[in-house]
Design a protein around this ligand. Structure first.
Ligand code: NAP
Length: 457
């Protein structure tokens, strides 16, 4: 081995270790930031190492790629936190496009002379990569509301999808049996692009995070297959880590919503399924001073954040209000639902950014038993994750989804702008209960005003 090759292998080894350690550190909020840095360093090591690859003789195209990639990537990274899911979907699309293009290029260069195992890996790489490209683009379009967010369904859809899937697999097998017949290979690519679109259009925007982590998993497996084709160990390791962690994350999210993966993929959630409880009565509006008095004289206050806290960027304001209450001797806790917001860990990231101590963050299973003895539960822009219909109405489309049971608290204050529904599009009977008071307005200004009002009590 030449010195350059030793260097290449050493950087790949370092990169792989950093990826594994980075992923492990991401599992706890205390170490998550360090984990991100480690993973980014791993990626840098892998890219730097690859630049010493003996097959690279001309750096011009790499330089052009670097400039183009950076000029697209840097502005993409500047989007607000609330747009992060669609940004991530676009990243998956680009990553998968790269994997597919490498696969197609390898086939064009080497033709059928790669051996059975490599051909198999290449076929898988191109198939998974191509369907991830279009699937991720549709997911991004739905999340950005450039496309209808509700499921797009038509008669016989499952049969059409099954037909496309079987056609794709048949062509893949035919190509593997006759690797010189390029037409089968290109039909697989074409059908995979179509299948990606068909797979995602019937899924509602509320389920998109689960779909994205599944697509993430496919992109990872496609990269691992690329690693086999190119004989590149770091791609095999990173791709497999990505593939399986994405899959585990999808399962965890499904558990948190009490739904199966097949239900997410084929259920058309958000279309007309099940029935809502007919909600009678009206919502009771409360005034700022009234809420301030309740908070100031409470023994325990539990904040339950949701997507609205993210859009309002109210995390610093809630931390300030929490501090003021603590100074008055009130016990302050935060109840975190696993799928509050628009991505896993969304609330944890925002509250960590505002330096809310981890000791005050309680998972759903921990906070629910505390709610009956809680004086005030303050819902900050959350809706579906506190919807009692999920618990009480077996016919509700979200029946069985575990919720934070704020309605068991002595008093509930809901901060939201108006009568907007949750992401599932369902009405929330919580807002009509006698225990609930609605404080309308943007969550950030409501919390800032409450902090001032509590100080005057
Ligand atoms: P949600 O159901 O989307 O409700 C958010 C509420 O925030 C809305 O009712 C809205 O009402 C209010 N809001 C919006 N902007 C606001 C602002 N500036 N100030 C105050 N209120 C504001 O949120 P969620 O309870 O967090 O539920 C998350 C949903 O996403 C669930 O359906 C979950 O299943 C789904 N999901 C999440 C994940 C994940 O990984 N997190 C994964 C899959 C699915 P107004 O318009 O009236 O203000």
């Amino acid at each position: 081995m030449s010195n350059a090759q030793y260097f290449l292998e050493a950087t790949y080894l370092i990169a792989s270790i950093l990826f594994v350690l980075g992923l492990k550190s991401l599992s706890h909020p205390d170490t998550a930031r360090r984990g991100m840095i480690m993973a980014a360093m791993g990626m840098l090591a892998a890219v730097l190492g690859t630049l010493f690859h003996p097959d690279i003789h001309n750096y011009l195209y790499i330089a052009i790629g670097l400039i183009l990639g950076s000029s697209i990537g840097i502005p993409m990274a500047m989007v607000p936190m609330t747009a992060m899911p669609q940004r991530t979907a676009l990243s998956h699309a680009f990553g998968a496009l790269a994997a597919s293009m490498v696969g197609i290029a390898e086939y064009v260069i080497h033709g059928a002379n790669m051996g059975g195992v490599k051909m198999g890996a290449l076929g898988l790489e191109v198939m998974l990569g191509s369907l991830t490209v279009t699937g991720s683009l549709v997911a991004a379009a739905k999340l950005q509301e450039m496309m209808r967010g509700t499921p797009i369904m038509f008669k016989g859809q499952h049969f059409v999808n099954l037909g496309i899937f079987l056609g794709m697999i048949t062509c893949l097998v035919l190509w593997l049996l006759n690797p010189t017949t390029a037409i089968y290979f290109y039909i697989v690519v074409g059908l995979a692009f179509v299948f990606g679109v068909m797979l995602v259009i019937p899924i509602g925007a509320a389920d998109m995070p689960v779909v994205m982590s599944l697509l993430n998993s496919y992109a990872g497996l496609s990269s691992a297959a690329t690693g086999f084709v190119l004989g590149n160990n770091v791609l095999i390791i990173a791709g497999t880590l990505d593939g399986f962690s994405g899959f585990i994350l999808s399962i965890l999210m499904c558990k948190a919503m009490n739904r199966s993966i097949t239900n997410v993929l084929f259920g058309g959630f958000g279309a007309v399924v099940g029935t809502e409880t007919g909600v009678a009565g009206s919502m009771r509006e409360v005034g700022l001073d009234d809420v301030a008095v309740q908070l100031a004289y409470a023994n325990q206050v539990v904040f339950v954040p949701g997507y609205g806290m993210a859009t309002a960027q109210a995390q610093h304001a809630v931390r300030e209000l929490g501090n003021i209450l603590e100074e008055r001797g009130v016990a302050v806790k935060y109840g975190i639902h696993p799928v509050a917001g628009r991505m896993p860990g969304h609330m944890n990231v925002l509250l960590a950014e505002a330096n809310v101590p981890y000791s005050q963050l309680y998972e759903m299973e921990q906070i629910n038993p505390e709610l009956p003895s809680t004086d005030v539960a303050v819902v900050i822009g959350a809706n579906d994750v506190v919807n009692p219909d999920a618990r009480d109405n077996p016919k509700s489309p979200i029946a069985g989804m575990p919720i934070i049971e704020v309605d068991r608290a002595k008093s509930v204050i809901v901060l939201k702008r108006g009568k907007g529904k949750g992401f599932s599009g369902l009405e929330n009977p919580l807002f009509f209960k006698s225990v609930t008071g609605m404080l309308y307005g943007d969550a950030k200004s409501s919390l800032t005003n409450l902090a001032q009002a509590v100080q005057k009590v």
